[in-house]
Ligand binder design. Sequence first.
Ligand code: VG1
Ligand code: CO
Length: 544
Amino acid sequence: MKTVPTKPFTDQRPGTSGLRKKTRVFMQPHYLENFVQSVFNTVREISGAEFGNETLIVGGDGRFYNRPAIQIVMRMAAANGFGRILVGQGGILSTPAASAVIRRRGALGGLVLSASHNPGGLEEDFGIKYNIRNGGPAPENVTERIYQHTLNIDQFLTVDARDIDIDTIAVTQIANSTVEVIDSLADYTAVMQELFDFEQLQSFISGGFRLLFDAMNGVTGPYAHHILERLLGAPHGSVIRGTPLEDFGKEHPDPNLVHAADLVAHLHGDQAPDFGAACDGDGDRNLILGQRFFVTPGDSLAIIAEHASSIPGYRAGLAGVARSMPTSTAVDRVARELGVECYETPTGWKFFGNLMDAGRCTICGEESFGTGSNHVREKDGLWAVLCWLSILATTRKSVSEVVADHWARFGRSYYQRHDYEALDAAGAAEMMSALRDRLSSLVGQNFSNAKIANADDFSYVDPVDGSVSAKQGVRILLDNGSRVVCRLSGTGTEGATLRVYFERYQQDGGKSDVNQVLAPLVTAAGQLLELRKHVGREEPTIIT
Ligand code: VG1
Ligand code: CO
C-alpha cells in the first residue's frame, strides 16, 4: 500500500448522474484518483463500514478509458482495504446490470464508469458514478459529501501492482483483496428471467413476430444478443450494432428519433418489423417504436404501468408509481385508475431509490427515455423492451394500437422537450435567475390561449427521509392544465444546456398533431424566456 500526495481539483461536483467531464480531463494525473478516494472516504464516514468485510463492484459501458480507469479503481480499492472486488468481464457492466450485481451480491456499492448517451473517445466524454448498497445512485447528501472531500483531498491510497487480466473469468488477488472477474450477463439475465415469462415471449417470437433492436454500439449489445437472440430465439440479425465500441462508432449512443435515425428508417420501410427499440451507451435508456410509430417516453411509462399486472413480476399489482417532475402526467392518470399513489420527483434516478426501498413505488420513469422498476435501482433499457414485448404478446395488438387504446381510455398528454445545447453558461444562468425573479408576478397573466394559474420553482421533500431538494426547475402551470417547465441540464460537459418541456392534455383520442397542439405554448414560452436576449438563440438544438 502506498500513500500518494495530491492536490484538489475544484470541478468535481457530481451532477444529475455522477461526475461527467471530457475524457482528457479525467486523464489528468490524479483526477480520477482524487474522486475515487473521495468516494471511499465518504462511504467509510457515512456507513462506518469495515471495508475488509465488504464487496465493491466495478464496471462500465466500454467507452474509451474504461479499461485503464478500472485498473486504477481496482488498485485503489485494494489499497483502501476492500475484501472483495468484482469486475465485469472485459470491464463491461451496463448501468442496470451493475445495479443488479450490487443487489444480488450484497455489495457495499459500486463504481459505474459511463457518460451514458454522451459520445465517447479521447475528445469526447467520460464519467463515473457511485452507487450505494441498494444498487442505486448515491443520494444528494452523499454526492455533496463526496464533493466536499474532493475540495480538501491531500492524499490517496493505491498499491503497486500489475494490471489484472479483466478479460478472463477468474479469481485473483491484489494485495489483500480478492478480485473476481465475473460474467457481465449472468446476474442481469437472472433478474429478467424472474420478472418475465420467457416461454411466452419465445413462442410469440417464433410465431413470426419481428423485432429489431439497435444497441447503438453501446453496452447493451451483449445483453441483447444473449437475451433477445439466444434465449428468446429472435433470428440472428435482430440485434444491430451489437458490439460495444470504445467510440460508439463515432456516433451519439442516444436513443431518440434523431440519433437512432437508421432504426427509425427501418420501421418506416416496406420491410418494417413489428417492433423496434434502442438503448443508450450504458443501457439504461430506451426508445420504443412500432411500424411508422414512435412511443413517447411519457406514454411508454404510463402504458407499462397500465399493463404491468399482465407481466409475472408485477402480477401482485403496483405499490405506487413515480415520475420526474418534467415527465408527462400520463402515468398520473393510470395511477388514479389503479388507485395507487403517484410521486413527483426531481430529475435524476437517485430520487426514486428511497421510494422503492420504502415499498412505496414499483414502476417509475422520466421523459428522457428512462423507465424502470424496483427490480434494480437504475432505469433499465432492455427491461422496458421486455415489458413492451410482453404487452404485445399478451394483447396481440400492434404498438400503435396499444397506444391508441391508451389514448382513447385516458386521453393524451401532447408532449415535447426542446433542448438548447452548448449555450454560454453565464447567459443561461442569468436567464434562469431572471425568470425565477419574476415568478410571482406571472400568476394571472395570459399565456398562449390560457392564463397562468401558478408559477414556481420545484422543491422536493423526500416523503421517506424528509430531505429537501430545492430549485429543481421552474414550472409554469396554466388554468387549462397545460404546463411549461424550464431547467438547466446537470449532465453536460460543455457550456450549459437549457431544457424546456411542454405538455398539453386533451381528450381527443390522441388524433391531433403534436406540433400544432403545442405551437401556442412554444410561442408564448419563447416570449416569456426572452431567449434571444439572454442566450442569442431562438431555435432549439434538438426536439424530443
Ligand atoms: C438527463 C435527463 C435525466 C436523466 C439524466 C441521466 O439529465 O434529463 O432525466 O436522469 O440525464 O441520464 P439532465 O440534468 O441533463 O437533464 V443517463 O441515461 O445518465 O444515464
Ligand atoms: Co444512460
